[in-house]
Design a protein around this ligand. Sequence first.
Ligand SMILES: CCCCCCCCCCCCCCCCCC(=O)SCCNC(=O)CCNC(=O)[C@H](O)C(C)(C)COP(=O)(O)OP(=O)(O)OC[C@H]1O[C@@H](n2cnc3c(N)ncnc32)[C@H](O)[C@@H]1OP(=O)(O)O
Length: 399
Amino acid sequence: MGSAPATVQEMRRAQRADGPAAVLGIGTANPPTCLAQDDYPDYYFRVTNSEHLTDLKGKLTRICNKSGIKQRYIHLNEDLLAANPDFTDRTRPSLDARVDIASAAVPELAAAAAAKAIAEWGRPATDITHLVFSTYSGARAPSADRRLASLLGLRPTVSRTILNLHGCYGGGRSLQLAKELAENNRGARVLVACSEITLIAFYGPEGGCADNILGQALFGDGAGAVIVGADPVAPVERPLYEMAFASQTTIPETEDAISMQINKGGMEYHISNQVPRLLGCNVERCLVDAFRALGVSAAWNDLFWAIHPGGRAILDHIEGVLGLDDTKLAASRHVLSEFGNMSGTTVIFVLDELRRRRAAMAKQGGEAPEWGVMMAFGPGITIETMVLHAPSNLDLKGN
Ligand SMILES: CCCCCCCCCCCCCCCCCC(=O)SCCNC(=O)CCNC(=O)[C@H](O)C(C)(C)COP(=O)(O)OP(=O)(O)OC[C@H]1O[C@@H](n2cnc3c(N)ncnc32)[C@H](O)[C@@H]1OP(=O)(O)O
């Protein structure tokens, strides 16, 4: 070959970014229908014609009361249910209709979130080089990533990846993948999009199926989008969080603790009541390993925290084992309260809420921690851990 770089090593170095990947923009979106948690048991048993199942309604009410959730957003409305009565019966073959609806709605919701992330980032959508899309809400190819690329007018050379059925760790996994892509491809700008509509897993109550009652109390619909890139080009690009270190851990012998399966009647799932305890027993090891890999030690209360709020009890357990002050998980508790558990999308809402809180604190002359941690959990049981650094010139645009 003619001119330098001459060696494969030099070529590789030239292709890699100099600095760490960073979050350069965040956007979120929800469907228009918002349901108050206090009203949800009445709503759910009415729209599924199950008012006679008073024991199950009592259970749903008890869980809703303890959920730490005030409201949730949902794509499915009563008109859609009236047009698709099979959606309330898990034994009826309704997967085709669910996938039809999700194939349009999931990328559209993602596009609404992505438009906000791109606007904050400040560069045209055609500068995006990679797309990582995570969802459990569809089952078709070409998938939601292909449709999202069209909706946003991305270049045909955009390198697309779809992650399916990662459940609640999809956001963490996508951001880790984006970090690798951004750091290993000089100039790369990665759009991460997570979009979930629970329509794929909505059905009526049945005796002996506590999982469904739990799901009805916890989950909601939403999309989150993040632009990730290394070596930000000032003054247009400003890093919100730098991604210092990322890891994934699988808790041994927990294969059956959280599971999801697509069936003819929609997606079925199981969530063991041991999940909060299992996470509580394992998060500190992940954190110690992450900071050891970076060669630093950290006092947990000196960090900021973006924890996936899978359920109120999960946050309580983590707060307890790490000895966190009760303000440390405020962003996670706020997102849980306002939106419920939106699976993989939720952690992006937490990052968004956290930076708003940090910016508000900075405006008042307060000092927020520079270093922090993002964690997400899901089937496996899988724990995604990322150590983040928030530059002191935190972007105030999110306010
Ligand atoms: C807008 C609406 C949209 C709706 C659409 C819905 C569609 C669903 C879609 C689902 C998609 C599923 C995807 C799966 C992805 C997995 C990823 C995850 O985040 S993994 C998810 C990660 N999230 C979690 O793992 C949830 C973590 N858990 C918690 O946050 C809390 O335990 C709590 C809030 C559920 C209850 O508060 P706590 O202080 O514990 O209160 P108590 O001790 O007093 O118990 C009250 C009642 O709760 C019962 N119960 C408890 N656990 C379970 C269970 N697993 N199982 C069954 N029941 C359970 C318990 O038996 C008792 O019943 P009863 O005796 O009164 O009859």
